[in-house]
Design a protein around this ligand. Structure first.
Ligand code: FAD
Ligand code: DLZ
Ligand code: SF4
Length: 527
């Protein structure tokens, strides 16, 4: 008799995942389920689906060759019932295990389903902690308890101390916790970032690519060229390549954007961390070793470690602390639809056109593109958080709700009313002009705030501040900006607000037309 049926989900592809703890190779079965519902509850980017299915198949094959009993249900299995719940039920009928073990999932939606399994299946179902993070859900809740504000900086310092990363005794290496001030350079013309490595598809990946084209061909995004790593060895090679070639300048150009440069000095490892092919601890150790050996400077290494040990852990803790209400937050009462150009890329705004084009091609954009280009525009344009969240969850290969939702609702949209960020990241076109070369090739001009050449970020920025005055005026970090607004010529403010109104209404009209021209979209969790 099968003792334990061990279910491994598509973002749990680590040998150390808790659902495999204490596995008995003779009497246990490891179960993998390719199910249509996970590809369509929102219509994910084709590259994202291919990454996950191919990585699942490779991981399962490795386990099998290591001597474990694997039951792998493929998407095109004629008996496949299409959802985790139905397929676990079918596997329980097949194997009649004494119990089912699974590691807690990364999305609340799936956890809710899992909580109903024991009653449905009639066997004990053990949902185990996910130990692949520095902080457990409980650790974060303990840290948050009794605090008025949940600011990243304090959580991050605790994590540095607790995990002894970049520490000299009780003090941070270099005498300071944060080198953000050094990390805001624009990319100079003579600096050419090394490309991140490309991994050619093997036979397994080619089979998956054909399947994805057949089953999800109408989803957003280009499937080919497909050059993600799909194994742990490939993911580790991607990390090593980053540490060797890009980490030394990661800090300097962390906030820069440039035409034709999709990845700059970023690591492009979130896809591997989030599906389990890389361990966050090994990423931080590799970066710290590069600092200790003199290969990379402290501003780069600290900046990178802060993203993983700080932000990544913090957003996960916040997600599980605040769900399910976090998913429905809309503090600024934003109400407009997501502009059609987020899907089509058809816009005269060069920065947005570039971000959407890159996202369609690669299922990747770096942090500042996500935050300060597509994110800020959605904030200023009053787009409803549901529509923005759905877009980010669909289009990025690294998007799972635990990490996507806080970044969108909390960081980009201020829809949580300041649980995550101390003020909205609202910015005018000046920011994009300072940090990129997009504006040079744009029909708009970041120096104009009204008139035909005015950069939309400019009039939308001041309109946003004026429109949200009642909600935001008490924010101490916005006091100076509201004083500037109040000192502006009222005629200029009125002109910017009129132009914003016309611009947003036209955009909404075009979007509604585009929506009605589309075949009805599949409904997702974000409606
Ligand atoms: P690097 O810049 O090289 O950073 C190193 C690592 O730090 C990343 O791989 C990632 O694991 C981690 N990291 C950095 N910033 C964050 C952050 N804010 N939150 C969590 N982890 C972070 N990240 C996702 O993994 N999935 C998402 O769905 C996602 N959605 C986002 C949506 C918005 C609106 C914003 C502003 C950010 C989002 N991020 C998301 C965070 C960040 O943009 C990506 O992690 C990063 O761009 C991935 O590229 P990289 O691996 O080259 O990162
Ligand atoms: C995203 C995704 C997709 C597209 N397909 C599968 C799948 O067929 N089987 C699977 O186990 N996981 C898949 N995933 C990842 C899941 O959506 C993810 O595990 C849950 O959202 C929980 O984080
Ligand atoms: Fe973007 Fe405005 Fe610059 Fe055009 S001018 S690229 S819209 S910031």
């Amino acid at each position: 008799m099968i003792r334990t049926l061990r279910l491994v989900l598509g973002d749990q592809l680590s040998p150390s995942v808790s659902s495999l703890d204490g596995i008995d190779p003779e009497r246990d079965v490891v179960l993998f389920l390719e199910v249509a519902e996970e590809g369509t509850y929102v219509p994910h980017h084709k590259k994202k689906i291919a990454l996950i299915l191919s990585a699942m198949r490779h991981f399962a094959a490795d386990l099998e060759s290591d001597g474990y009993r694997v039951d792998y249900v493929k998407l095109d299995d004629p008996d496949n019932r299409g959802s985790f719940t139905e397929e676990v039920a079918r596997a329980v009928e097949r194997h009649k295990p004494a119990r089912v073990a699974v590691t807690e999932p990364g999305e609340y939606r799936v956890l809710q389903a899992m909580r109903g399994w024991e009653a449905r299946l009639g066997v004990p179902v053990e949902i185990l902690d996910d130990s692949r993070f520095f902080a457990s859900v409980r650790d974060f809740a303990d840290w948050a308890e009794g605090r008025k504000q949940l600011r990243l900086e304090y959580f991050y310092r605790e994590m540095r101390k607790r995990h002894r990363i970049l520490m000299d005794g009780a003090d941070p290496v270099g005498g300071q916790w944060n080198f953000d001030q050094d990390n805001r350079k624009r990319l100079p013309d003579e600096v050419f970032p090394p490309k991140s490595p490309a991994f050619a598809p093997d036979v397994i990946t080619e089979e998956v690519l054909a399947l994805v084209e057949e089953r999800f061909g109408d989803h957003f995004g280009d499937l080919r060229p497909f050059d993600f790593a799909v194994t742990r060895a490939g993911a580790r090679a991607a990390l090593d390549d980053f540490v060797e070639k890009r980490l030394p300048r990661f800090g300097d150009y962390q906030d820069a954007m440039a035409r034709g440069e999709d990845t700059l000095f970023h690591s492009v490892i979130s896809i591997y961390l989030n599906i389990g092919l890389l361990d966050p601890k090994e990423a931080c150790s590799a970066a710290e070793a590069a600092y200790r050996s003199g290969h990379a400077p402290l501003n780069a290494v600290e900046g990178f470690v802060r993203q993983i040990l700080g932000w990544r852990e913090y957003v996960r803790g916040l997600y599980w602390l605040k769900m399910p209400v976090y998913r429905y937050m809309n503090h600024l009462e934003a109400s407009r639809p997501l502009p059609a150009f987020y899907w089509t890329g058809e816009t005269d705004m060069a920065c947005l056109g570039a971000a959407v084009d890159q996202t369609r091609r690669t299922a990747y954009a770096h942090h500042i593109q996500r935050l300060m280009v597509t994110g800020v525009f959605a904030l200023l344009a009053d787009v409803h958080p549901d529509a923005v969240n759905e877009w980010y969850l669909v289009v990025y290969a690294d998007a799972f709700e635990w990490v996507e939702l806080p970044n969108v609702t909390g960081m980009a949209l201020f829809a949580d009313g300041g649980i995550m960020a101390s003020k909205p990241y609202a910015a005018s076109g000046k920011y994009i002009d300072r940090m990129s070369d997009y504006c040079k090739g744009c029909r708009y001009d970041p120096k104009h705030a009204t008139g035909p050449k005015a950069c939309p970020y400019n009039f939308l920025y001041w309109d946003f501040l004026a429109r949200q005055r009642e909600r935001l005026k008490g924010n101490p970090r916005l006091g100076m900006i509201y004083r500037t607004l109040d000192r502006m010529d009222p005629g200029k403010v009125a002109a910017m607000r009129d132009q914003a109104q016309i611009f947003l209404d036209d955009l909404e009209k075009e979007t509604r037309q585009w929506q009605s021209d589309q075949a009805p979209r599949k409904s997702g969790t974000f409606g």
